[in-house]
Design a protein around this ligand. Structure first.
Ligand SMILES: [Zn+2]
Length: 266
């Protein structure tokens, strides 16, 4: 069994133990595991942090970065810190004096332990079987929004999970004012990897994403889908070539967190 499989299996087991309605409550998981936690104001220092003192663990969660203690982003950060606790090699490192580190729930870290904690969080909050059972056959922006509400997860985490689980042919990208931060695809588009344009200036003018990133008053509303092509997003694809699929583009504005692009076959 690979390490990723091990992480997924453990997270789904923990989710099964604490599932209630259509969600898992990270507070419930922590309390049931002997962990203490607190929500505080830590400005911009971290999203969440797991500390070990005298073999006792405490999770610090930053309201300043998440707005409230029950927001979807907070739940993901909490689940990420639970990953650092439940994964033996993470917990043992903290017990043996490795300094606690602040985590960011933005799917950008290249550190293996951060990626592993994100993987644990995604599997805890959006378990594979439960998400597959709940999802409609075709995933679009509206369906991602519905699933995010159902599971109490962020739109970004939900969109990434739908793509990685191949629930539908899909490419999802996260943007901030600085450019594209991440890109994940279902199997059909995975060969193109994380190689989409990164610069906002490369975006097709009049695309939904361009409008979302250039509107100072964007709110969390998905505009109607627009026709586009794969080559408009991936520089390695030649326009008009066999690989240049015709797609539909939707974009969900994420307010101060940027925008989420959803591409699917036309
Ligand atoms: Zn972390």
């Amino acid at each position: 069994m690979s390490r990723n499989d091990e992480i997924e299996e453990l997270a789904e087991f923990v989710a099964g133990e604490h599932w209630h309605g259509s969600q898992v409550d990270p507070c419930h998981v922590a309390s049931g595991s002997g962990l203490t936690f607190s929500f505080g104001h830590y400005e911009d220092y971290f999203d969440g942090l797991l500390e070990c003192r005298a073999h006792r663990f405490h999770v610090y969660l930053n309201i300043d970065r998440h707005g409230s203690d029950c927001s979807a982003r907070m739940r993901f950060s909490f689940a990420h810190e639970l990953g650092h606790f439940f994964l033996d090699w993470h917990r043992h490192a903290l017990e043996h004096g490795i300094p606690a580190h602040g985590s960011s729930a933005d799917f950008q870290s290249s550190l293996a332990i951060e990626h592993e904690a994100d993987l644990f969080a995604a599997n805890l909050l959006l378990p594979k079987d439960k998400l597959k059972a709940a999802a409609h056959r075709h995933i679009d922006a509206a369906e991602i929004q519905r699933l995010a509400v159902l599971f109490g997860t962020s739109l970004s985490a939900t969109a990434i999970r739908c793509a990685l689980l191949d629930l539908s042919s899909l490419i999802v990208m996260g943007w901030t004012a600085q450019g594209r931060r991440w890109c994940w695809s279902s199997a059909r588009y995975r060969p193109f990897g994380n190689k989409a344009f990164k610069n906002i200036s490369a975006l097709v003018r009049d695309s939904n994403t361009w409008h979302a990133l250039n509107s100072p008053y964007s709110t969390q509303i998905a505009a109607p889908a627009k026709g586009t092509t794969l080559s408009a997003w991936f520089p390695a694809i030649n326009a008009g070539s066999l690989h240049d699929d015709v797609l539909l583009e939707e974009c969900i504005c994420l307010g101060r967190y940027g925008a989420l692009t959803i591409l699917r076959p036309y």
